[in-house]
Design a protein around this ligand. Structure first.
Ligand code: 3PG
Ligand code: MG
Length: 396
């Protein structure tokens, strides 16, 4: 996608209020940040803006609250962490989007930051509400979207807000992401394999259907694969399953047949009776109704490694198992290791994306290298499909 206006390096920003949309949607557990990648990545640009004496109004979402305040989805832990990383005054605003927050933005001094509480606490955000977008825009003179990973969302702080700014730009992180994905699209070498994990099939159905036309293999792992196993008639016990996914799966197989794309699903798995229970390797037809599928098994890992060896490009989004527990991170780690090895010996172009994928790889503590590691999951896949992302179109 060309024609995006990026933040000009020489723009006069001293004393100007900049509304900066970032992605601070990091994994949290009991208020503890499990992976800091997304936060650490925005810091260099924040420091640059501070040095250049602008005033920064930071906006992000966290999780998917339904337009209501949810204590466990507060950005407070991220605010606390940011304070330890940046030497400037950072204020946290937890009130409504009204005259009060506007006054707060106007009272900022050069180099100071005002972080707004989770923007999805307001239902107007996901509704892309006109009035709300305008109110947000009144917090600054310049708008920058540095959240490629959120740019597939038609939401106020990404989309409609730009209607009310004379100057809206893409930030440096967004630019880096787009440049990397563009390079892969341009230099894509076949066969192309796309590995898709994660849990929700309905949110990825369109992506999968479209990718089928452009790639040679689609490997389904993670909880998403449970739906395919159930479709094949296997007992999947207490595994995570999405209701009414039958139709979706039939559509995927039909599309794959038309486009001559192979769909690969797990051949065996690692199960347990609970998320922290004893792991056990099982054939697909030996799972009992008490058990939960939590990782792919060794046969499947070998199969995927062979497919990677035969591929020239690999795109990967979504872990292969419940990586939060070490016992079930084996599939994800071994796939990552294989992709990294083949990238290193120059036989493979690799792009990995998604918050969970990055968290899983960081947790593994393996030394890995890929052509590009994207912070974006859904946005990355939709961009690959060739879609015009709403948050990017408005920056043109
Ligand atoms: C992500 O983690 O995928 C981005 O932060 C976007 O979040 P969303 O999928 O809830 O819109
Ligand atoms: Mg997402």
């Amino acid at each position: 996608m060309n024609g995006i206006k990026f933040f000009p390096k020489d723009l006069q920003i001293a004393n100007k209020r900049i509304v900066l949309r970032v992605d601070l949607n990091v994994p949290l557990q009991d208020g503890k940040i499990l992976d800091h990648t997304r936060i650490l990545l925005i810091i260099p640009f924040l420091k640059e803006l501070i040095k250049r004496k602008s005033k920064i109004i930071l906006i992000s979402h966290l999780g998917r609250p339904k337009g209501e305040r949810e204590r466990k989805l507060s950005l407070n832990p991220i605010f606390e962490y940011l304070k330890t990383k940046i030497e400037t005054k950072i204020f946290f605003y937890t009130g409504n989007i009204n005259e009060e927050v506007k006054a707060k933005s106007l009272s900022l001094k050069e180099g100071e930051i005002l972080l707004l509480e989770n923007i999805r606490f307001f239902k107007e955000e996901t509704e892309n509400d006109e009035k709300f977008s305008k109110q947000l825009s009144e917090l600054g003179e310049i708008y920058i979207n540095d959240a490629f990973s959120c740019s597939h969302r038609k939401q106020s702080s990404i989309h409609k807000i730009t209607n009310f700014f004379k100057n809206s730009y893409g930030g440096p992180l967004l630019k880096k992401e787009i440049d990397a994905v563009n390079l892969v699209i341009k230099e894509k070498k076949t066969p192309v394999t796309c590995i898709i994990g994660g849990s929700k099939i309905s949110t990825k159905i369109n992506v999968i259907s479209n990718l089928i036309k452009n790639v040679n293999n689609i490997v389904i792992v993670g909880a998403m694969a449970n739906n395919f196993l159930a479709h094949k008639g296997y007992e999947v016990g207490k595994s995570l399953i999405e209701k009414n996914s039958e139709g979706i799966i039939k559509k995927i197989y039909a599309e794959a047949k038309r486009s001559d794309c192979k769909i690969i699903i797990p051949e065996d798995c690692k199960i347990s009776k609970s998320f922290d229970g004893k792991p056990q390797i099982k054939e697909n037809d030996k799972i009992s109704n008490e058990e939960i599928i939590l990782d792919i098994g060794p046969k499947t890992i070998e199969l995927i490694k062979k497919i990677i060896d035969k591929s020239k490009t690999v795109l990967w989004n979504g872990p292969a198992g419940y990586f939060e527990n070490k016992d079930f991170s084996v599939g994800t780690n071994l796939i990552a290791k294989k992709i990294s090895e083949n990238t290193n010996n120059n036989s493979l172009i690799s792009i990995l994306g998604g918050g969970d994928t990055i968290a899983a790889l960081n947790k593994s503590e393996l030394k890995l290298s890929f052509t590009h590691l994207s912070t974006a999951g859904g946005a990355f896949l939709e961009y690959l499909e060739g879609k015009d992302l709403p948050g990017l179109s408005v920056l043109k």
